[in-house]
Write a protein that binds this ligand. Sequence first.
Ligand code: A2P
Length: 315
Amino acid sequence: MSASKIPDVVLQSSSSHHKMPVIGFGTASTSSTNDTKEAVLEAIKVGYRHFDTASIYGSEEPLGEAIAEALQLGLIASRDELFITSKLWCTHNFPHLVLPAIHKTLQSLNLEYLDLYLIHWPISVKPGIWEFPYSEEALTSFDLKGVWKAMEECKNLGLTKCIGVSNFSCNKLEKLLSFATIPPSVNQVEMNPTWQQKKLLQYCQAKGIIITAYSPLGAPGAMWGSNNVLDNELLKEIAKTHGKSFAQVSIRWLYELGVTVAVKSYNKERMKQNIEIFDWSLFKDDYEKIAQVQQHQMCKNGPTKFIADLWDGEN
Ligand code: A2P
């Protein structure tokens, strides 16, 4: 499988355009750092070029080590062949803490630049608080305008090619667009057949913001995940018709909607399977079946249950 088999999408970011492979490899995992490093190397071998991490995941360092080893082994000729996303954690969601945070991330990854830097959640947590999920006392007001200005500075300084957000509602995106000099290229949100977010998708597409779906398989086995996608009878039926897996049906459905995905598998066969979705299509009646799938949001509370307007009543 060569890298060219995963198509790219063009991210709009101010005057520049930057290409992002439509399938990214997720690294939010409780696995050991060595397992993450080995999984990333394997993923590069099977054709992944887009890797998704975050300062909170603890996977920046093993990802960076895997990239260095992939270069050494000649699996890639240059770092530019990769697309690397990381995210600003809530304890650094303050204008003066954004630059130190991206520098720390780059240091952990041992890279000179990111391809995409995202605000992880629209929430500010007092610096230095690690108890999780966050209590009401841990929260403080989120200065979106100030934080976004600092994100823009990250791009202007060349520390990241593009900037974006994660877990933003239409309402918060609207607010952000009202003052952004550089609009967000991406909004990374929970999206899969059991959480379809049609309104948010339509809004983002109208504004040229690319959605990246996290938990595209419902994150079975993860602390925040469920087996709802895995066990869904309609998806199983569709998968059987096409001779594919439930995972391939979910990822293909997202791809056909114009959504990019960050999918996690540290298993060689499954990571291969998850990118074998480009030489077949869903049928019209598959869409009708998927429209009937019962909806359930997994990450309703995010890192705290004390933010009443996290989704601005849009869900
Ligand atoms: P594993 O790493 O053992 O493959 P999501 O991407 O929605 O967060 O889901 C990630 C979870 O789904 C991981 O636990 C992963 O386990 C599992 N997974 C990934 N790909 C597949 C697949 N093709 N079939 C079944 N389970 C999968």
